[in-house]
Every structure is written in C-alpha cells, then in structure tokens.
Design a protein around this ligand. Structure first.
Ligand code: SAM
Length: 276
C-alpha cells in the first residue's frame, strides 16, 4: 500500500510526504504484529461465497458502499416490469427492485447466498443458476441486473451474451463490477468466514473495451457508464490499514475508481458469434 501511495505521488508529491510513507514502511516492518504475515486462502466462487454467506451482509463492505448508490440511481429511473437479479447473492438489489414495483426473479450459483435472499426478500422468486446458462427463454425480462459478479469470470463476453439473450427488445441491462483499475492493482473480493478465517475470491480486470465489445456483440447499446470513486469514508473503511497507517492508506486509495457500472439497452439482435 505504501508502494502505491509513493507511486501515485512520484512526480508531484513532496519529499516530506515520501519520507513519511517510507517511515510507515519501516514501522510496519519493525512491528511484531505484522511480522508473521497472515494466511489468506483463495476460494473458488462456490466455496468462497458459501464461507462468506453468513457474514456477507455485515456493514462495512466499502465496495457496496460505493456501488449501491450508483446502481440504484439507474434502477430508480426504470419502469417496473419483469426483472431478473442475476448472481443475486443475498438479495440486495432484488429487494430494491421489489420496492420499486418489479416482479423479481433472482438466480445465483451459491445455494447458501440464495437461501439468505429467499428469507430476506420473500416477494421475489429465487432459483439456482449459472450466469452463463440462464434457465429462461429468450426475451423473458424487461430488466436484468447483475451486481458485483461478472468480474469473477475470466472474461465478460459470454455472460453478457446470456444476460442480453433473456432481455426483451428495448429492455435494460444494469451491470456493476469491481473497476478494472482495482483489479489490475490486485484487489480481489476479500472475506472472513464464520470463524474469522480470511480468504478471497478472484476478480479479473475486464477493461472498458472488453465490455464495449461484449455489449456490441449482444445487440446492447450503452446508455450510461458510471465510475464512482473511493472517498474518505471508504478509505477509512479499510479499517485495519487505516487504523495503522491513515495517511498512507489515504494517499494510496483516495479518489481511485472503485466500481464500474453500466446501463445498456437491447437495441438489436445479437451477432451470430455473441456467445461463442
Ligand atoms: C459479490 S456477490 C454479489 C451479490 C449481489 N449481486 C450483490 O451485489 O450484493 C457475487 C455473487 O455472484 C455469484 N456468482 C458468481 N459467479 C456466478 C455465476 N457464474 N453464476 C451465478 N452466480 C454467480 C456468487 O455466488 C455471489 O453470490
């Protein structure tokens, strides 16, 4: 993190600030609390979200804090209809869609996340399914939402083709994902299981070009692209880092784009190769 803070200020930062960052690094290296490091295990999607499910809705998820207002600002302007929350998790967006008057179906790969969604949003229908093979006929939905899931896939094209397939002509797709800038920095989805063990689920850096090519192939036209950034509140929500190194954490992260949010409209048929 100090490396990122130094790099961001390489050309126009002050020598004094750089020296404070380097002093922070020395302090961390000398601190026995950090000397042993920490075990953080990678989990695949099904394992990771099974372990995370009981704590997923705990407050303090800084990505959700940044993503939710942006996604909901788009959802609030869309006419109620038949809505799909794809990779719905514990039902955060599904609940919002119900509140907005939509008839909501939610799907997810992880049964433990779906079970929580079912209890939390009884007005919606939930079923297990993969984003890449949705169990619905073409053009079934007026609106498809997919929050913070697509970057778990190595590439977005096949999922966007499938999400677009189930949209009616004129229907809207709203997608959010970890911003590729953060994924390039090595940010994955971190979690703690019920016993406090730390793990992460991999996130891939899909570029704007990747998304635009996928939307084009799926017959989707971009209507909005939002890139909300990390403010002071979110930087402070990196609690352990901020507690030990507040200035370094702020220099490293403040103002960086955190999430990429797209709204696209189904305007034409997909290209024949869209899901290839
Ligand atoms: C970070 S959570 C987001 C949940 C919810 N959309 C939200 O924004 O709060 C990611 C969810 O995507 C689901 N997921 C990941 N890959 C998936 C796939 N290929 N098909 C269906 N669900 C998937 C996971 O099981 C998990 O519940």
């Amino acid at each position: 993190m100090a490396g990122l803070a130094l790099l961001r200020n390489l050309y126009d930062g002050s020598t004094e600030d750089a020296q404070r960052r380097i002093a922070d690094v020395r302090r961390v290296l000398a601190d026995e609390e950090f000397a042993a490091g920490e075990v953080t295990t990678e989990g695949d999607v099904a394992t990771g979200y099974r372990l995370w499910s009981t704590r997923y809705d705990e407050p303090g998820n800084l990505l959700i804090a940044v993503e939710q207002p942006a996604v909901w600002s788009l959802l609030d302007d869309i006419e109620p209809g038949d809505a799909l929350d794809a990779a719905c998790g514990t039902g955060r967006h599904a609940r919002r869609l119900v509140d907005l008057g939509h008839r909501v179906t939610g799907v997810d790969l992880t049964p433990e996340m779906l079970a929580i969604a079912g209890n939390a949003v009884p007005q919606a229908r939930f079923l297990p399914a993969d984003l890449l093979a949705l169990p619905f006929p073409a053009q079934r939905f007026d609106l498809v939402v997919c929050g913070l899931a697509i970057a778990h896939l190595p590439e977005p094209r096949a999922a966007i083709a499938e999400l677009g397939r189930v949209l009616r002509p004129g229907g809207k797709l709203v997608i959010s994902a970890l911003h590729p800038f953060q994924a390039h920095l090595g940010w994955h989805a971190p979690f703690q299981d019920a016993d406090g063990n730390r793990g992460f689920i991999r996130e891939h850096p899909h570029t704007h070009g990747d998304y635009l090519a996928a939307f084009g192939a799926a017959g989707l036209t971009v209507r909005a692209c939002l890139e909300p950034t990390l403010g002071l509140a979110e930087v402070a929500a990196k609690r352990r880092a901020f507690r030990h190194l507040p200035e370094t954490t702020t220099d490293a992260y403040l103002g960086l784009p955190a999430v990429l949010v797209w709204e696209a409209e189904k305007t034409s048929d997909p290209l024949p190769s869209a899901s290839a």
